[in-house]
Structures are given as C-alpha cells and as structure tokens.
Design a protein around this ligand. Structure first.
Ligand SMILES: Nc1ncnc2c1ncn2[C@@H]1O[C@H](COP(=O)(O)OP(=O)(O)OP(=O)(O)O)[C@@H](O)[C@H]1O
Length: 232
C-alpha cells in the first residue's frame, strides 16, 4: 500500500506547525521522519492518522483519498499507529489491552495474540499485569503489539525507542526490522537520531520548524549535513 501525503498544513489552534509537508512511501517501503524536538514529527504522524485535522493538503493510500476519514476508518484502510505516548488502557492487563484491539475486528483470531507475543516474548510473563505497571520499553512493545493486531499494511511509529533502556531498544529494533523484512509491512518512523534512521529505514525526510528541508535514500544520506540539521 502506497502512502502519499502532499502539502500538509497543520495548526494547533492559531499556531501553525506544519507548512506544507509532502512525503511518499511505496508499498512495503520504510521512511524515517527525522527532526529535533518540536520540529513537527508527531504533528505529521497525527495528521496522517487523522488524529489532528489538516488545514490543507491530502493523504492518499494507493489511489484512495483518506484526508477526510476518521482515525478509525484509516485504521480499517490499513494504517496502524503506535503513538509517542504509548497509549493503552493503564488499568487493564496486558492481555486485556491486546484482546480489546482484537475484538474490534470481525475476523480477529485468538492465535494472532500469540503471534504478536512471539515478536515480543518479554510480554509473555506479564499478561496479567496492569499496563500502568510496565516499564517504558514494555509499554512500547505493548503499543506496537496493539497496533499490529489491527492488521496494518503500513505502520506509523512515533519515536519507538525514545527514553528506553538500551537492552530493550535492541529488541524493539529487531522486531521492527522483522515486520519490515519478514512481513513486508511498510514503516513510517519518527525519530531524532540519524543512526536509528540508517538502521531502520530506506528513505528519510528531515523536518525543521514544520518544513521538510531534506529527503532522500538513507544509503545516500550526507550524515554530517543531516547531523547539523538535527543538532540542538
Ligand atoms: N497540543 C498542542 N498545542 C499547541 N502547540 C502544540 C501542541 N502540540 C505540539 N505543539 C507544538 O507544535 C510544534 C511541533 O510539535 P510536534 O510534537 O509535532 O514536534 P515533534 O517533532 O514530534 O517533537 P518531539 O520530538 O518533542 O515530540 C512544537 O512547536 C510544539 O510545541
């Protein structure tokens, strides 16, 4: 499923935060949205998901315009989202958090929960634990697992390893790469660090103050120039 975002403009109240951002992601492709704090990465993800209204611009999945669809209809159209706040229901157990997502689908099979747990085995002994008592890394794994249970063809991940201890970061990266390379799921990843982008994505876009200021293939990235754009 191809994603096309063209000329997106987004405002929080009267403060405009995206000034016409475009990006394209081919079926099964992977793209990293790089930018320092406040550059607009989360706003871009939220606009693509329909969580945040757009002032102007369009979002297409293949040739279908989804700009006016609700977030839920975008999920049904094939987008999955693990947001930065790693939402989920804190008072509910890990298993219940997975079950409620599965139950939103008519064709959900119980075995799908086992499949996502195989990807994140660290969650297996924690199934009865309320989500609120998970560590940051475990909550991120739960957030990605929940997104996967919507059966996305394209997964949006907002800073999936931010603030997480290094040993779990490696596990999360490994799982994300398996989704890309084994399952062919497209990836759009918001990220602050160039090294992560180089490992996880074929394409990149750099946002600065709500504008896309550089883009290309990560293999051809001028790391020094990208680093300067991201330096505080
Ligand atoms: N709810 C809001 N109301 C007003 N301004 C907001 C709101 N959310 C974000 N902003 C502002 O919009 C701009 C872009 O924020 P956004 O969260 O999209 O950036 P980001 O690149 O994801 O940053 P971070 O890495 O800190 O998450 C920032 O200037 C931020 O202060």
């Amino acid at each position: 499923m191809k994603l096309t975002a063209s000329d997106l403009q987004v405002a929080h109240g009267r403060t405009q935060v995206l000034f016409g951002v475009s990006l394209e992601l081919e079926e099964g492709g992977s793209c990293c949205v790089l930018g320092r704090n406040g550059a607009g990465k989360t706003s871009l993800m939220n606009a693509i998901m329909g969580v945040l209204p757009t002032k102007a611009g369009r979002v297409l999945l293949d040739d279908r315009e989804i700009t006016s669809l609700s977030p839920w209809d975008r999920v049904r159209a094939g987008l999955g989202y693990a947001p930065q706040e790693r939402s989920g229901f804190g008072g509910m157990s890990v298993l219940e958090n997975l079950q409620v997502v599965l139950e939103t689908r008519r064709d959900g099979r119980r075995s799908e929960i086992d499949e996502v747990l195989d990807l994140f085995p660290r969650l297996k002994p924690l199934l009865k634990r309320p989500a609120t008592f998970l560590s940051g890394g475990q909550r991120q794994q739960l957030a990605i697992a929940r997104a996967l249970l919507t059966k996305p063809r394209l997964l949006l991940l907002d800073e999936p390893t931010e603030g997480i201890q290094p040993s779990i970061v490696a596990e999360i990266e490994e799982a994300i790469l398996a989704l890309r390379d084994r399952d062919g799921i497209g990836l759009l990843i918001a990220e602050q660090y160039v090294e992560m982008a180089l490992r996880m994505a074929e394409d990149y876009v750099v946002l600065e103050a709500g504008n896309a200021v550089a883009a290309g293939r990560t293999a051809d990235m001028d790391e020094a120039a990208a680093g300067r754009l991201l330096a505080i």
